[in-house]
Ligand binder design. Structure first.
Ligand code: SF4
Ligand code: SF4
Length: 82
């Protein structure tokens, strides 16, 4: 999963781009729910939130590093495919 750092300027651009509704406004800045973030596996070739973020404040979450197979399984579960 990815995470949003405190460099976030709350520009709102990433939230609608997430195919998994993993991004929401938190108490101060936007947050990513790691249980819903597939790093865009299953939907896109690269993480869409990272692509659009104007300040590049979205990075791999070191507490939630998953391989492709785990992310694909998450995608399938979220999509109701299994
Ligand atoms: Fe959503 Fe993809 Fe960003 Fe994860 S990497 S939060 S799935 S847009
Ligand atoms: Fe924050 Fe980047 Fe999302 Fe804008 S695109 S709300 S700066 S994480």
């Amino acid at each position: 999963a990815l995470r949003i750092t405190d460099e976030c300027i709350n520009c709102d651009v990433c939230e609608p781009q997430c195919p998994n509704q993993a991004i929401t406004m938190g108490p101060e800045i936007y947050e990513i729910d790691p249980s819903r973030c597939t790093e865009c596996v299953g939907h896109f070739g690269e993480p869409q939130c990272q692509v659009v973020c104007p300040v590049e404040c979205i990075e791999i979450d070191p507490d939630h590093t998953e391989g492709e197979s785990v992310l694909m399984a998450r995608y399938r579960a979220l999509a109701g495919l299994e």
